[in-house]
Design a protein around this ligand. Structure first.
Ligand code: PLP
Ligand code: ZN
Length: 417
């Protein structure tokens, strides 16, 4: 049973068949999946959702497939962690981490979008998957394609973190490094998609791909006991995730699954690549592309496809945008790890770093519920911490050497007597 009836232009409303299309040929607006919400309302209830397996497909009626999913059956339903230690450290009352650093199978929220895009691609008969990626998408396309036996090509900027390259190659993916920024990789991939007819999850399959991010928002609402937080902070690269979390909240409110829709949505970027935040801060509708220069490579998109719409979400909900510098990113990564035992990648450092600044500026009040979106795992971006952690002492395997270490270290190692 299918609840998707067409693709529809966000700008002019023109409808298109539900194929691998992503831009309106009349006004160049982005295409979005159009659902038959009335039909979904007849079947989908909170009780039905709760009766299902703990993965993102418990909301399958609101995801853009014709049939049951075939890729990424275990993706999603990651922990929503009540972060009391971090709350205390940053001086707020009620704080949660939505932790996609432990999403299955490749430890980032990208597994959500990839499982939708690839399930849909298989329905449409694609044999070869591909993507333009800042790293996490590469890992996810490679892993999920391997698991369902599909050929895949992954295009990345050649200066990506080694862990993200290794974590793509290992699945047997055909990886191509491009001498250039992500924006240049993306432009090339648009040309390749047209010429080779492959399914690029974030280009010609983008309308389906983007819908997968809604599951991040649905889960937060359900895990909070069917209500929405007052504030949510979301990292932005292309700006898709933030718009889809807001869409998820609106849909759940429209379905009567949550009582109130008064969440303020905040976007976070790295100071070295903040075209969307800059537009929000300056009150401009125009997103001016930048050349990225930041350790947060997963967010290094200088010309964000959904920048305009994400700025609008922040403005319309009464939220705001904030950026974090490289040193702020590193200290936030350490703070999150030391207070909550969660090791996030650089994007997590951006999000917590920006959250702290928004709280200190009085943009986010200290006494209302806040969700911080953790979207990727710190084990993948370890080189960002190089030089900011002290190497461990090395001694011989001798008790005498250890006693000496204890004496020399002062208070760091305390003996029993
Ligand atoms: C891709 C990515 C994002 C941002 O996604 P967009 O939808 O492009 O804004 C955030 N965090 C991580 C870790 C990512 O890999
Ligand atoms: Zn249009």
């Amino acid at each position: 049973m299918s609840f998707i009836h067409a693709l529809k232009c966000r700008e002019c409303g023109k409808e298109y068949p539900k194929e691998a299309l992503h831009v309106c040929e009349y006004c160049f607006g982005p295409l979005e999946v159009a659902y038959d919400y009335d039909a979904i309302k007849k079947v989908l209830t909170k009780e039905l959702i709760e009766s299902r397996e703990p993965n993102m497909w418990r909301y399958k009626e609101l995801l853009p497939l014709e049939n049951d999913p075939t890729v990424g059956m275990q993706v999603g339903y990651t922990p929503l962690v009540k972060a009391d230690n971090l709350a205390k450290a940053i001086g707020v009352k009620e704080l949660y981490l939505k932790n996609d650093a432990v999403n299955f199978p490749t430890l980032s929220f990208k597994d959500r979008v990839v499982s939708v895009a690839m399930s849909r691609a298989r329905e449409m008969g694609f044999k070869t998957m591909a993507c333009a990626s800042t790293g996490n998408l590469a890992n996810s396309v490679a892993a999920n394609a391997a698991a369902c036996g599909m050929e895949n090509f992954v295009f990345i900027p050649c200066d990506l973190e080694q862990t993200k390259i290794t974590g793509t190659l290992v699945y047997g993916s055909k990886v191509v490094g491009i001498k250039g920024t992500y924006d240049e990789v993306n432009r090339l991939c648009s040309e390749i998609a047209g010429k080779y007819g492959w399914g690029f999850v974030n280009i010609n399959l983008r309308p389906y791909y983007a819908e997968g991010s809604k599951s991040f928002g649905y889960e937060i609402a359900e895990q909070l006991g069917w209500k929405l937080p007052k504030h949510i902070v979301v990292p932005m690269a292309g700006g898709s995730l933030i718009t889809k979390i807001w869409k998820a909240f609106k849909e759940f409110h429209d379905f009567g699954f949550v009582p109130d829709l008064d969440t303020k949505v905040y976007g976070a970027q790295a100071s070295g690549c903040s075209p969307i935040v800059t537009a929000v801060k300056s009150g401009s509708e125009l997103i001016k592309p930048v050349k990225p220069n930041t350790i947060a490579k997963s967010l290094a998109i200088g010309n964000p496809a959904d920048g305009f719409y994400s700025a609008r979400v922040m403005r319309d909900t009464g939220g705001w945008g904030e950026d974090a510098s490289d040193p702020e990113i590193i200290s936030a990564i350490k703070m999150l790890a030391e207070t909550e035992g969660v090791f996030a990648e650089t994007a997590g450092g951006v999000t917590l770093g920006a959250t702290i600044k928004l709280i200190e500026a009085g943009r986010i009040p200290r006494d209302e519920s806040i969700v911080i979106s953790i979207t990727g795992n710190g084990l993948k971006t370890q080189e960002a911490l190089k030089g900011s952690l002290t190497d461990p002492p090395v001694i011989n395997a001798s008790l005498g050497d250890f006693d000496t270490l204890v004496k020399e270290s002062g208070t760091e190692f305390v003996a029993k007597d």
